[in-house]
Design a protein around this ligand. Structure first.
Ligand code: VAH
Length: 308
């Protein structure tokens, strides 16, 4: 059975629904600190869980016969900069709790997301390679990079089959984002439809690697279903789909909402975005387990607006 930790978050809701469709609702236990998300109600078992409570997590894994854990709970980049030590503590201890229980209970597989946020100002900005200088400039990035090192350690020393993807900024409409720097690319849709206006907290030419949620969910499942010998990266795979700037997504939205206007008021999140790559080289993921994105900017904008 699968346990999803952080099932009510932006990724968690969609990953829970996708996994339940494949493996059956009863075989996917959803958990979060928060109460059950509307979209999850009636689709399978839900338990309240604080992943920082290792004993509680261990009991839950045994009681529900869990054999795979997806750990999605984390403090994201923007929120993390407001509370550095809390973000470090939560992002690291939650992962260590899961990895150690995976070792003790000999779990089949573990999934844990990293991020392009591991790259810092000294990494190549264009087509950032899988292996390169990695000097994260945010607490979130530091915790994700350290987490990647721990994943590789637990795989090498204890044989834990933990797999990971460095997600770009993710755009979705089913569940609210959780305090990320790329959240502008979600807010812009809601404001375009409600107010036909959006004030962006990043400057107009801030290019960032981005991906539509359906691609991210499919990548996660394809990675987790790959044979072990296909996996050559046990830290975290670079994963890419597209890159765009606020003005580019604004212009694409304007094709559907002609009255839409946009202005810019960069805030503290501009420095975070400026420390990240503009585009990602994900050739290792394509070579190892056949990764291929399906959504580009026009296709994503059309789908987002149709659903919203
Ligand atoms: C964030 N959405 O902004 C996350 C992600 C690459 C961005 O890690 O913090």
């Amino acid at each position: 059975k699968i346990l999803i930790i952080g099932a009510c978050g932006q990724i968690g809701v969609e990953l829970t629904l996708a996994l339940r469709k494949i493996y059956g609702g009863a075989n996917v236990v959803a958990s979060d600190l928060r109460e059950e998300h509307e979209l999850l109600k009636g689709t399978g078992p839900y338990v309240s869980l604080d992943v920082m409570n290792k004993e509680m997590l261990h009991v839950l894994v045994i009681r529900h016969n869990i054999t795979q854990v997806y750990l999605l709970a984390a403090i994201l980049s923007a929120t993390g900069e407001k509370n550095p030590l809390l973000a470090w503590h939560i992002n690291m201890q939650s992962l260590l709790n899961v990895l150690d229980i995976a070792k003790e209970e000999n779990l089949d597989k573990v999934y844990w997301p990293s991020s392009i946020a591991v790259f810092g100002p000294n990494s190549p900005k264009e087509n950032t390679p899988q292996h390169t200088t990695i000097e994260p400039a945010t607490v979130y990035g530091i915790s994700k990079f350290a987490g990647e090192r721990w994943c590789e350690y637990y795989h090498r020393h204890y044989g834990v089959d933990v797999r990971s993807l460095r997600y770009p900024g993710l755009i979705s409409y089913k569940s609210a984002p959780g305090g990320g720097t790329t959240d502008y690319a979600i807010e812009i849709f809601h404001d375009a439809l409600e107010h036909k206006q959006y004030t962006c907290f990043l400057s107009e030419n801030t290019y960032l690697p981005m991906m539509y949620m359906p691609d991210a969910i499919r990548a996660t499942i394809e990675l987790m279903e790959a044979d072990q010998q296909q996996i050559s990266v046990r830290s975290s795979y670079n994963l890419g789909a597209m890159s765009f700037s606020p003005s580019e997504i604004g212009n694409e939205i304007k094709k559907h909402v002609p009255a839409f206007v946009m202005d810019y008021a960069p805030d503290y999140r501009q420095q975070i975005a400026d420390s990240w790559p503009k585009s990602i080289d994900d050739s290792q993921a394509r070579a190892d387990w056949g990764w291929k994105p399906e959504y580009d900017l026009p296709k994503m904008v059309k789908d987002m607006l149709e659903h919203l």
